[in-house]
Design a protein around this ligand. Structure first.
Ligand code: B3K
Ligand code: ZN
Length: 868
């Protein structure tokens, strides 16, 4: 018997893109037999393999107890193969052969939530990127595609037995056990394999595709959560139709199953025909989940569904190409969500995430290109850069092409590569060929790290009625990526008449599309100047409308010009962007707040009536964490916090009765449209918190009333937040009441943890109380994220008592769940920007941790963090 033990970190385990080689063998088909018992699981695998190139047969496997291996029916002895902690290698294998293995695995004690694991009463899989090798020996890499036939057997206490594809057969297996046999007719890589064993209820529906296929839709969850699955079901049908209409892609199997599980490392997983979802990304119900969570559920449902074509039917050649499927699929789900609610607000929310997560990542020690060229642990590369920046690259190409050409390009991609495992180059080449526009310069975006800086200067010549815009781009040098090249930057822009507020029609020979109001200029050199003619009066320019490129814009606006844009920009995104630019100046460069306050006073009353959701976003004040990420040295979180609080106090005061009147005027229950109601709820909560800041005696009474009387989670939590974070006399009773109401609802209980951890005056005792609470569970990533995410909403707390919390968490998870451990540690990645003595203190704690960690995940993250 051989036990492949946990790997230990060796000197250099770096994998390089340049070393990519095709696998020696392909797998035509695999038969899996998975027999689950209480204290072990037996996995039999039969692989029909075929040689592709010269070389040994390499079957990857980790933590597997090998019981037997046969080659063409003959039992092999230990001398006939080489086995180590990572792989099983056979030499001199015939060009065509059958390999049979039997292994024993232990899902019941698998705390890493990777491979097959037990979560409560449920057994589920998570195989992307390299989990399948923890189930059986296999060429576990995305360029090996095979037909999977899966027999799942378990005790009848688990009535539900699922795997990918079509159900061929079910039956008795003796001793109170039963089995189900599934076959997935579509060839797929092993990372898309899934099976589920458990006792679940199901919500069923149907969808007939544009090609006439009648698809059975099923969402599996525990019985009491089934009523919370309807929004997800509607979103699924909506996504199916959207993909047909926008990309011409129809679904290809007779069933589509989604399973909700409460212990899951990330949001969801697109396994072929059998998605597995974190409950937080599938359960949606106004009573138990917030509006933001409901929006997220719809977008994640769409994301995983869209993967069926961008990811599953066309997959990645290797894991360096991860952003091929993720960047494209995120762009697709963002576009879907833009159709679902206000497009401007969706864009605001997506860019806010990009700027608060991806920009700091790209400016720090964890910076990497969307398509990295080396890694130690691929799980560390499911990053904001791969996902969100990857999406931005696709958005830029689609902006340039326009709807029709973009569609011709994607059609060509699906035509060329259906059923293949491909690269980023293949995608850009197909998009170029289909659209007739050479997009190859966009490969620079995929291959280079860092956020480009776009410096722009404007000059108006009244005599010739000409406006000249000079542009310059630059990228910060990166030690690992020399020879950085200019990238193509689509600059969407508009000019407004500063006196009348009207928008000019753009006249310039330099524009991609001329004589329009919204122009796009393709800036692909180091420097350029564009000239606009017929500009009769002093203009105000609005740049990067809709955030047309993921760059840091440096334009010397006056505060009055920004205030002008807040009031006159017709692009909701840039209206919001003007508020954010102005606020950054006020908060980080000590500018006066007057221009901002006056602009909002002029804009809000009308906007609150017309578009409450957009109005709620115009009230965004950059979070302390985001502001901190804009400071590269001598960062003092407490200084940022007190400046921000001072601004909020001023703003609360100066807006006078606006808050109270707004709170009283709005009634979300009267709105028919979800996004209108959502906007009004958001506004009312903001108004309540400003009323509290004003010291208005009604604030707490109204908050308590809102808390007690509502049946809507956004309203209940919004009110509770005001009470709790302001230490209102009613706070204790309400937070206890919340616990009593929802202690059997895991997702709502996460909010209970989060809200307390996010108290601005939380301290080490608060965290101690929460993490030793009987409902705190280190085996449930959602619960960990609730406390850690709450705590991290105030960098003052993160960088004081929080450091110890995150270090201890990383140390514990290093062994138990390194994927999540590595994530948690990344919270501290900007330690080097802190002012002394904090900087050295945190550095020392990280160095101490480095000596103790074992997993590749945590070790790689820590090494990068310390190599600044
Ligand atoms: N593809 C999965 C992510 C898997 C993460 C593994 N650590 C979810 C998604 O992007 O749809
Ligand atoms: Zn994805």
């Amino acid at each position: 018997m051989n036990i492949a033990a946990n790997p230990v970190v060796e000197a250099d385990q770096t994998v390089y893109l340049k070393d990519y080689q095709k696998p020696s063998f392909l797998v035509d088909s695999i038969d899996l037999d998975i027999r689950v018992y209480d204290d072990h699981t037996i996995v039999d695998a039969t692989l029909n393999i075929k040689r592709q190139t010269a070389g040994d047969l390499v079957l990857l496997g980790r933590d597997l107890e090998l019981k037997s291996i046969r080659l063409n029916g003959d039992l092999l002895t230990e001398a006939e193969y080489q086995l180590d902690a990572e792989q099983l290698v056979l030499s001199n294998v015939p060009d065509q052969a059958t390999i049979q293995t039997q292994v024993v695995i232990h899902p019941e004690s698998n705390t890493m939530l990777e491979g097959l694991y037990q979560a409560g009463d449920l057994f589920v899989t998570q195989n992307e990127p390299e989990g399948f090798r923890k189930i059986t020996f296999y060429p576990d890499r995305p360029d090996v595609l095979s037909v999977f036939t899966t027999r799942v057997e378990a005790d009848k206490k688990y009535p539900v037995l699922l795997a990918n594809g079509n159900l061929l057969e079910t039956g008795e297996a003796g001793e109170g056990r039963h089995y189900a046999l599934w076959q997935d007719p579509t060839k797929k890589p092993s990372y898309l394999f899934a099976c589920v064993i458990g006792d679940l209820a199901v919500l069923r529906d149907r969808y007939v595709t544009s090609e006439g296929r009648d698809v059975a839709l099923e969402i599996y969850a525990i019985e009491k959560d089934i009523p919370k699955c309807h929004i997800a079901m509607e979103a699924l049908k909506h996504s199916m139709r959207w993909d047909e209409e926008h990309y011409g892609r129809a679904y290809d199997l007779d069933n589509y199953m989604i399973v909700a599980v409460s212990q899951f490392n990330m949001g969801a997983m697109e396994n072929k025909g059998l998605n597995i979802f974190n409950t937080s990304c599938v359960l949606a119900d106004e009573e138990y989940t917030t509006d933001a969570a409901i929006m997220r559920v719809q977008s994640v449902i769409a994301h995983e569904y869209f993967h069926n074509w961008t990811g599953n039917r066309i997959t990645c050649r290797d894991w360096f190409q991860l952003c091929l499927k993720e960047g494209l699929t995120v762009f697709r789900d963002q576009s879907f969500s833009e159709d679902l609610q206000s497009a401007a607000v969706q864009r605001i929310d997506d860019v806010a995430v990009l700027k608060s997560h991806q920009f700091p990542e790209d400016a720090g020690p964890l910076s990497h290109p969307p398509r990295p060229d080396h890694f130690v642990e691929i799980n560390n590369f499911y990053t904001a850069t791969v996902y969100e920046k990857g999406a931005e690259i696709n958005r830029m190409m689609s902006t340039l092409l326009g709807q029709e050409k973009y569609r011709q390009g994607t059609d060509e991609y699906f035509r060329r590569h259906d059923g293949q495992a491909v690269t980023v180059e293949d995608w850009v080449a197909a998009l170029s060929a289909g659209s007739g526009v050479d997009l190859s310069a966009f490969l620079n975006w995929y291959n280079q790290p860092g956020t480009p800086k776009l410096e722009a200067k404007g000059e108006y010549d009244a005599a010739t009625q000409t406006y000249r815009l000079s542009l310059k781009q630059s990228l910060k040098a990166h030690p690992k990526y020399p020879n950085l090249k200019a990238v193509p930057i689509p600059v969407a822009l508009a000019l407004f008449n500063a006196n009348t507020g009207e928008q000019y029609t753009l006249r310039s020979a330099d524009l991609f599309v001329n004589n329009v109001k919204d122009g796009v200029y393709l800036f692909d050199q180091d420097r350029a100047t564009i000239e606009f003619t017929g500009v009769t009066e002093q203009p105000v320019v609005s740049l990067l409308r809709n955030f047309s490129a993921p760059v840091n814009l440096d334009f010397d606006y006056s505060n009055d010009e920004l205030a002008f844009l807040i009031q006159h920009e017709t692009n909701g995104f840039n209206q919001w962007q003007a508020t954010q630019t102005l606020l950054e100046r006020i908060l980080l460069e000590d500018h006066s707040a007057q221009a901002y306050i006056q602009a909002l006073k002029n804009t809000l009353p009308e906007l609150v009536q017309r578009d409450p959701l957009l109005a709620s976003r115009l009230l965004d004040v950059p979070a302390e964490g985001y502001l901190g990420s804009r400071i590269d040295q001598n960062y003092q979180p407490e200084v940022v916090q007190s400046k921000r609080n001072a601004l909020l106090d001023t703003f609360a005061r100066e807006m006078g009765t606006f808050w109270k009147e707004t709170y009283q005027a709005l009634d979300p229950d009267l709105q028919n449209e979800f996004s209108q109601a959502m906007g009004e709820r958001a506004l009312k909560n903001i108004a309540l918190s400003y009323m509290a800041r004003q010291g208005d005696a009604d604030a707490f009474t109204w908050a308590e009333e809102q808390y007690q009387t509502t049946l809507n989670m956004s309203e209940r939590l919004g009110a509770l937040k005001v009470l709790l974070w302001n230490d209102a006399p009613q706070a204790k009773a309400c937070i206890d009441d919340f616990y009593n109401r929802f202690n059997d609802e895991a997702l709502a209980l996460d909010q209970w943890f989060m809200l307390q951890a996010a108290h601005p005056k939380a301290n080490a005792q608060t965290i101690q109380y929460l993490t030793s609470h009987p409902d705190y569970d280190l085996g449930t990533p959602n619960r960990i994220r609730a406390v850690s995410g709450g705590l991290n909403s105030h960098p003052v707390n993160t960088w004081s008592f929080g450091v110890q919390h995150f270090i201890e968490l990383a140390r514990y998870l290093d062994e138990k769940n390194p994927i999540v451990g590595s994530r948690m540690l990344q919270v501290l990645s900007r330690w080097y920007t802190l002012a002394e003595p904090q900087r050295s203190t945190v550095q020392q704690q990280l160095l101490d941790l480095k000596a103790q960690v074992k997993s590749k995940n945590v070790a790689e993250t820590l090494n990068s963090m310390l190599s600044i």
